[in-house]
Design a protein around this ligand. Structure first.
Ligand code: GDP
Ligand code: PGA
Ligand code: MN
Length: 612
């Protein structure tokens, strides 16, 4: 092929044929003005961000407040993941299952090929070699993202390990890489002026699970465009995990050390914008317990030689929900952000060149520029139909190693042993603060029944209760029943004595007058302590039809300003609410058809009979 290569390819820093021919093929289709091979260096980052500032995509923040940090403001129609336009294009429709949108892969390729034809005209095409997880892992998981967005390149540098070292290793080991193609879908004609946030009203986030590839069109937003994250590390990785016998999960990972210096690692699955980042960076309000962070969004887990479940965080950064992250609720995140080197998206700007969002500080600034560039004062937000200064799904993107409380084991390629798994969602009613499952199988059932009110992290209505199995509803890259079966099958590799204990939690239950029944945040350490004491057999519990809930005095409430009745409201099992929940559960499991594991059916029958 050598001689026939486009001149654009001649300068490629690699001779790895599978990569070269893919890049060439994409360049021929998308017709960019130039190709930039991303090396991941500081100098390159400086140049890209300088260019983005000139283009108006990024606003440089006051370096005295936020060094080396920038704010981006998206098109108002490009602020969240677009689940309606997210597809799993397996060869057979059955393999995508009822939780995914599906289209025939050939038909989809044809459609996308039409859209990508000339889609990078007038723009630079960036080639980003990346690895999810550790470069020196036993079986490193590589990807190459091609994108026409410099904002994506800058954000990927924070979120994943990218650049020359990765490219070298791909080439040396002749490794498979996931080809991940992204275009904002906004070609520039000769002389046409660019906009600050190019994107296309038409968006497609498409996965081809059999060939393990990703095509994303039309959006510049995080989960749609930083393809290493949700698209690869969850949707494609869940398919790899199914085929290779491991688990790719939407879970934070934290390391908990008891006053006796015993270490317990905890993984927790909560849907988007339901508290993963906050729990991962928790500041305990109880004496003697220490929390360190391992990951805040994604956990890849496999059983080790002794049948222990081990977890690694495949990411290198945080892409956290800004609103609600504040000095009062999450000082550890605030300290990491304050070190700089961050990209904020759709937050508000303060008059002195800093950023602000709802919940960052108790005191609300007297004047701001809101995320859409308008003047904003507190009166605007409190007026009827008032609007927040920051978009509810505004984000901070920050390197994970800026977290002071990062656990040293974050850098261990084989991860840590998990002692407990929490499943949690956002439910105003029904689900108690914490419930320990009756068994491992019952725990998988709890995960399969997980439900949550929708949030601003995905486009669409907010506050609607939906089932979200293992918090993976938008991220399971194959049939949801097969996914549950995979959980059952893979856990047979575990040493039964070392299987993690499973708990269902709900930080979002409301009291009769609509307030949160539990203070949450740092006080969630009290729930972690109870879970560990359950594992150790030292905490009391009440057996209920749904599992074990804390007794009035088994939760450590030292220093907590709550009456016994208030605590009871957070932890109580309510038989009426659970009776009301049953039809929804039956309807939910009926949708799985034949692919539901027998153990789940048995657990459902068990729950019904215990409730009756
Ligand atoms: P993630 O997307 O799952 O990582 O969720 P985040 O940790 O970013 O939290 C999403 C939103 O939920 C933010 O507005 C948080 O302030 C809020 N949140 C997180 N933990 C708690 C909690 O324990 N109680 C309450 N009431 N809100 C919480
Ligand atoms: P999250 O996902 O809401 O779980 O942090 C980020 C995203 O929207 O891609
Ligand atoms: Mn998060």
């Amino acid at each position: 092929m050598g001689e026939t290569r486009l001149p654009l390819i001649a300068e490629a820093p690699t001779t790895y044929e599978p990569l070269l021919s893919w890049v060439e093929e994409v360049a021929e289709l998308t017709k960019p003005e130039r190709i930039h091979w991303v090396d991941g260096s500081e100098a390159e980052y400086r140049q890209l961000t300088d260019e983005l500032v000139i283009a108006g995509t990024l606003t440089r923040l006051n370096p005295e407040l936020f060094p080396n940090s920038f704010a981006a403001f998206s098109d108002p129609a490009d602020v969240a993941r677009v689940e309606e336009q997210t597809f799993i294009c397996s060869k057979n429709e059955r393999d995508a299952g009822f939780t995914n949108n599906w289209m025939d892969p050939d038909a989809m390729k044809e459609k996308l090929t039409g859209l990508f034809d000339g889609s990078m005209r007038g723009r630079t095409m960036y080639v980003i070699p990346f690895v999810m997880g550790h470069l020196d892992a036993e079986d490193p998981k590589f990807g190459v993202e091609i994108t026409d967005s410099a904002y994506v390149v800058a954000s990927m540098r924070i979120m994943a390990r990218i650049g020359s070292d990765v490219l070298k290793k791909i080439e040396e080991t002749r490794a498979f890489f996931v080809p991940a193609l992204h275009s904002v879908g906004a070609p520039l004609e000769e002389g046409q002026e660019d906009v600050a946030w190019p994107c296309n009203p038409e968006k497609w986030i498409v996965h081809f699970p059999e060939e393990r590839s990703i095509w994303s069109y039309g959006s510049g937003y995080g989960g749609n465009a930083l393809l290493g994250k949700k698209c690869y590390a969850l949707r494609i990785a869940s398919v790899m995990a199914r085929d290779e016998g491991w688990l790719a999960e939407h879970m934070l990972i934290l390391k908990l050390t008891s006053p006796e210096n015993k270490v317990y690692n905890v993984a927790a699955a909560f849907p988007s914008a339901c508290g993963k980042t906050n729990l991962a960076l928790l500041d305990p309000t109880i004496e003697g317990w220490k929390v360190e962070t391992l990951g805040d969004d994604i956990s890849w887990m496999r059983f080790g030689k002794e049948g222990e479940l081990r977890a690694v965080n495949p990411e290198a950064g945080l892409f956290g929900v800004a609103p609600g992250t504040g000095w009062g609720t999450n000082p550890n995140a605030m300290r990491a952000i304050a070190k700089g080197n961050s990209i904020f998206t759709n937050v508000a700007l303060t008059d002195d060149g800093g950023v602000w969002w709802e919940g960052m500080t108790d005191e609300v600034p007297a004047h701001l520029t809101d995320w859409q560039g308008n003047d904003w004062t507190p009166a605007i937000s409190s007026a009827a139909g008032g609007r927040p200064a920051a978009h509810p799904n505004s984000r901070f993107c920050t390197p994970i190693d800026q977290i002071d409380m990062l656990a040293p084991e974050y850098f261990a390629p084989n991860g840590v042993e998990i002692s407990a798994i929490l499943f949690g969602g956002r439910r105003k009613t029904t689900v108690p603060l914490v419930t320990q499952s009756r068994s491992w199988a019952n725990g998988i059932f709890m995960g399969a029944t997980l439900s949550s009110e929708t949030t601003a992290a995905a486009a669409g209505a907010v506050g609607v209760v939906r089932r979200d199995p293992m918090a993976m509803l938008p991220f399971i890259g194959y049939d949801a029943g097969d996914y549950l079966n995979h959980w059952v099958r893979v856990s047979a590799k575990g040493n039964p004595a070392r299987l993690p204990k499973i708990f269902l939690v709900n930080w979002f239950r409301r009291t009769r007058d609509g307030k949160f029944a539990w203070p949450g945040f740092g006080d969630n350490s009290r729930v972690l302590k109870w879970a560990i004491e359950r594992i150790e057999g030292t905490a009391d519990a009440v057996e209920t039809p749904i599992g074990f809930v804390p007794t009035a005095d088994s939760l450590d409430l030292t220093g907590l300003d709550m009456t016994e009745a208030e605590v009871e409201e957070a932890v109580r099992f309510d038989a009426d609410e659970w009776h009301a929940e049953l039809p929804g559960l039956e309807e939910w499991f009926a949708r799985f058809g034949g692919s539901l594991p027998k153990s789940i059916t048995a657990e459902l029958e068990g729950l019904k009979s215990r409730l009756s």
